[in-house]
Design a binder for this molecule. Structure first.
Ligand SMILES: [Fe+2]
Length: 336
């Protein structure tokens, strides 16, 4: 496709979660960003998402609501009953379904999709997703009625040769509020690369807006590819400039639920040794310019896993054609 034909697509993307400064010349335009394009997208999307969260806040306890709005995260220890967690842990540790692997720096991440189809044979995992308050928390934090995409995830620190894991640099995932959550099945200590979050960094303070404005002027030319593509990277000096507090490491015991707004600045903590951590991981990213929390339900949930499956298949086929490793390749039972 030549550039002329792509112009309507690039313009349309301004009203979506598209974030790449380097792939969309309008989003990345230094001239338009000098006139405030990036900052306007930030302000509108944050206003819309905040409204959507309030629309779904009614069933959420005051304490959880306050924590999410104040810190950017919710932590709930002993989330499941002892018996339910024991059953879930057993099922998760003996999981036999399809597992995919990504390699980032010296970290391997293994993920198994927990679609309704997969859950047919996993009663304890299925029970977690029928937990009403869990769903309500996820909807509230994502500002959307659609369920997050859920996976069984094992992070394997220092399991391969490579440079530094890019997830271990402070960054935000999106320019707008979006959510990720973990129900930890392993205890998480400093040695297992704990999720690390800068409290309050999900807020659009004046200092943060100024920093984002400056960043947007040359982000498209950044040497860090992830930064140029909108997963903005932050140095320790940047955090000081924005006036943020010390980061918090989520060293937690198993059966702790952590829900985070990943516009907030975070990273995977450094691991002091070869180590793994297992969790149920959820991810929800929706269009932040639609002023309603959308639709949810069984059918929409099934559809999103169906489309995820198609997308994964297409990526696998493209990688095979090029003779390269698929970024999320299916692994054999002996590689788990
Ligand atoms: Fe991230």
């Amino acid at each position: 496709m030549n550039s002329f034909i792509k112009i309507p697509v690039w313009i349309f993307e301004l009203l979506t979660s598209a974030k790449s400064f380097s792939d969309n010349p309008i989003i990345g335009s230094p001239v338009l960003n000098r006139f405030g394009l990036h900052v306007i997208r930030l302000l509108i999307s944050h206003g819309v998402m905040r409204t959507r969260m309030w629309m779904l806040a009614l069933p959420i306890s005051a304490q959880d609501r306050k924590s999410y709005f104040k810190n950017g995260y919710i932590v709930k220890e002993n989330f499941l009953s002892e018996a339910d967690f024991a059953a879930l842990e057993k099922e998760a540790r003996n999981f036999k379904g399809e597992v995919r692997e990504a390699r980032q720096g010296d970290t391997l991440t293994h993920r198994a999709v927990l679609s309704p189809e997969v859950l047919q044979h996993q009663s304890a995992l299925k029970k977690l997703f029928s937990n009403k308050y869990f769903s309500q928390l996820a909807h509230f934090a994502a500002g959307h009625f659609r369920e997050p995409l859920f996976y069984l995830e094992q992070v394997k620190n220092q399991y391969c040769q490579g440079a530094t894991d890019p997830q271990k640099t402070f960054h935000n995932d999106t320019f707008h509020p979006s959510m990720k959550c973990w129900l930890f099945i392993d205890d998480v200590s400093e040695s297992t690369g704990p999720f690390t979050y800068v409290p309050g960094s999900h807020k659009l303070s004046w200092k943060r807006l100024k920093w984002q404005y400056k960043m947007s002027l040359d982000a498209r030319d950044a040497t860090n590819n992830l930064h140029a593509r909108g997963s903005t990277r932050f140095t320790d000096e940047d955090l000081k400039e924005i006036g943020l507090p010390e980061p918090h490491s989520f060293t937690v015991t198993k059966n702790t639920l952590v829900i985070a707004n990943v516009f907030g600045i975070h990273r995977r903590g450094d691991s002091s040794e070869k180590s793994t951590r297992l969790a149920i991981w959820g991810d929800s990213r929706t269009n932040p310019f639609i002023p309603f929390p959308g639709f949810g339900g069984k059918f929409i949930n099934e559809m999103q896993y169906y489309f995820l499956g198609l997308y994964r298949k297409r990526v696998d086929e493209n990688a095979e054609k090029k003779g390269v490793r698929s970024p999320w390749r299916v692994i054999g039972p002996d590689e788990k």
